[in-house]
Write a protein that binds this ligand. Structure first.
Ligand code: SF4
Length: 298
């Protein structure tokens, strides 16, 4: 079987996730055990490898590990509420905060907007760690996961249209949903401030995927089903063509019946997919298919 494989330009870890993972790797070179507050990255494979080297995950919102004082705690890229960071600083040997600067900017923007407005609307997944952290910066943000939910919330609250409201987003939400949500808010309220706090890196991935999916027979999205960012890419790809999620080379082998001779296959990934895994997927495809014409997007 011969296939043409187009590898996305924007693929592998984003800089925020890479920074967190590399920080933990570096610490593990000199420390036997390193604690991480929450799941470092939504990728089981990366987590398993680091756990073998001494990384220990714990829930910072619950009871703290008894030996925390003797160890370093890393705050992951999604960030934590300030009161939880303070609690860690009081109980850990030291705290290394790797909150992504783009996420931190979003928290600061939210805080500033909340002070000047009557309501802060946030497009986000209520249980996503970034939104959990945001609640530590802003009191009572109105969080909605998509336009439909926003519509229901607006009907239910029936707020005065003269209220001053602001809209922001979780950094990994999609731009189209943000835009549609803004249109809805503008219909209801007379004064809406908006700050597009979506990470440009994720927007670039969406735009590139939009183009690739139009010229592909199938899109392979590499990542974990636990990653909201990866699931979003899968949804976008499916608007134009067939698409599936693969987590590792073994998973890819299961998908081979979906390939056929002469196909154009595009490869993209979520921001929590390591570059090494992308290379392994390409190697696996080369083993499975007789001929793979690899095209690297530039
Ligand atoms: S997706 Fe963007 S905001 Fe989120 S961790 Fe990566 S670089 Fe930071």
């Amino acid at each position: 079987m011969k296939i043409r494989l187009i590898v996305a330009k924007n693929i592998g870890f984003c800089f925020g996730v890479r920074r967190s993972v590399e920080t933990v790797e570096k610490l593990l070179e000199s420390e036997r055990k390193v604690y991480v507050a929450g799941e470092l990255v939504h990728n089981e494979r990366v987590l398993n490898e680091l756990m073998k080297k001494g990384m220990v995950l714990f829930n910072p919102h619950s009871d703290l590990p008894k030996d925390l004082k003797a160890h370093t705690v890393v705050v992951r890229a999604h960030g934590l509420p300030p009161n939880i960071v303070k609690r860690l600083e009081d109980h850990a040997g030291r705290v290394v905060d790797t909150t992504c600067p783009i996420v931190m900017d979003m928290f600061k923007t939210a805080k500033g907007l909340a002070k000047k407005h009557d309501r802060l609307y946030v497009l986000g997944d209520p249980n996503h760690p970034e939104i959990v952290a945001l609640r530590g910066y802003v009191e009572d943000p109105i969080v909605f996961k998509d336009r439909n939910e926003l519509e229901k919330i607006l009907k239910m609250r029936n707020d005065n249209p003269n209220l001053k409201v602001a809209l922001i987003s979780q950094t990994t939400k999609d731009f189209m949903t943000f835009q549609r949500s803004l249109e809805l808010l503008v219909k209801h309220f007379k004064c809406v401030s908006v700050n597009r706090t979506i990470c440009d890196i994720t927007i670039k991935r969406e735009e590139e995927l939009g183009e690739l999916s139009k010229k592909s027979d199938v899109v392979m999205v590499i990542g974990s089903e636990k990653s909201s960012n990866t699931n979003k890419l899968l949804r976008i790809a499916r608007e134009n063509t067939k698409a599936f999620l693969v987590s590792d080379p073994h998973d890819l082998r299961r998908r081979i019946p979906e390939f056929s001779d002469g196909m154009v296959v595009s490869m993209v990934s979520g921001t929590s997919t390591p570059d090494q895994l992308v290379d392994e997927m390409i190697d696996e495809l080369k083993k499975i298919c007789e001929e793979v014409d690899v095209v690297w997007s530039r």
